[in-house]
Design a protein around this ligand. Structure first.
Ligand code: CP
Ligand code: NVA
Length: 310
């Protein structure tokens, strides 16, 4: 593994499956890992709100024998109070790893470049790699062989969509995305994912028709229509994305045993109908649980054998 976990694009196919394997072991036998990160400390920088990410990193560190320290959006104020580089140069003197949730993806890259300790991307405007790892772990649990899988993305071509494309490319899965015109995934991410997936069996279809994306899928995935930081566009987005709701009619286009996925938080009646979100095919809380197990695997890979600094 590299020093940092910034994007699934950066890890090898071997490392991708290795993380899923370790996550499975950690989930099956958490007691065996009780001291794996004994006395290690993770700093958690949050420039945006969180339930799942904060709790799963904090609980994960505690269950591995370490500690986590939460820094709220008001605390650090990257770029305003001090530069991201100075934040890194301070934190590396006190802690063993940094987790950051921020707006500009470049903040994650610059922090990782400066700090001598591991940096984990816990969501940027561009990517959400920890989420996508948990999602593919969940898909493995529910569907088995990831190489035979067809995942449909319906909604905004956003950070979660981008990381799922990278994960699907590593896994050799197929993915179809339906996004409204003007809200397509970033063309550079699409290009890199296609390059990553050239020899894995990855197949990617992009379009605007939710029905076409959902047809024959093993899983349909949706996310909020206005991501954190896009609150001012919310009303306009509600109108643009209205035809992209995952409801029972859309689920009926997928395979009969298809699951519904969402990174959460979800807005019932917007991107997903309550009947789907709370229905028998929804695996959203498995995804949320699996954030814990997968992130423990990531923490172990990055911080397991590393000395603090020097
Ligand atoms: N899915 C996810 O990252 O949730 P939070 O924003 O609550 O951390
Ligand atoms: N796309 C969403 C994901 C939240 C976990 C956002 O960035 O707000």
């Amino acid at each position: 593994m590299n020093k940092d976990f910034i994007s699934i694009h950066d890890i090898s196919r071997y490392e991708f499956f290795e993380l899923l394997d370790v996550a499975r072991k950690v989930k099956a036998e958490p007691e065996a890992f009780r001291k794996a990160l004994k006395d290690k400390i993770l700093a958690m920088i949050f420039e945006k709100p969180s339930l799942r990410t904060r709790m799963t990193f904090e609980v994960g560190m505690i269950e591995l024998g370490g500690h986590a320290s939460y820094l709220s959006p008001a605390e650090i104020q990257i770029g305003k109070r001090e530069t991201v580089e100075d934040v890194g140069r301070n934190l590396e003197r006190w802690v063993d790893g940094i987790m950051i949730r921020t707006f500009a993806h470049d903040n994650v890259v610059r922090l990782a470049r400066t700090a001598a300790i591991p940096v984990i991307n816990a969501l940027s405007d561009l990517l959400h790699p920890c989420q996508a790892m948990a999602d593919f772990f969940t898909l493995q649990e529910h569907k088995g062989d990831l190489g035979r899988l067809r995942l449909a993305w319906v909604g905004d071509g956003n950070n979660v969509c981008h990381s799922l494309m990278f994960a699907a490319a590593k896994a050799g899965a197929s993915m179809s995305a339906a996004t409204p015109p003007g809200h397509e995934p970033d063309p550079e991410i699409v290009r890199l994912a296609r390059e990553d997936g050239r020899e894995t069996g990855f197949h990617l279809e992009l379009g605007t028709d939710p029905g076409a994306a959902a047809r024959g899928a093993d899983a349909i995935y949706s996310d909020v229509w206005a991501s954190m930081g896009q609150e001012s566009e919310r009303e306009e987005r509600l109108r643009t994305f209205a035809p992209y709701q995952v409801n029972d009619a859309l689920m009926a286009e997928a395979k009969p045993e298809a699951v519904f996925m969402h990174c959460l938080p979800a807005h019932r009646g917007e991107e997903v109908a309550a009947s789907v979100m709370d229905g028998p095919r929804s695996v959203v809380f498995d995804q949320a649980e699996n954030r814990l197990h997968v992130q423990k695997a990531i923490l172990l890979a990055l911080m397991g054998k590393r000395k603090r600094h020097g």
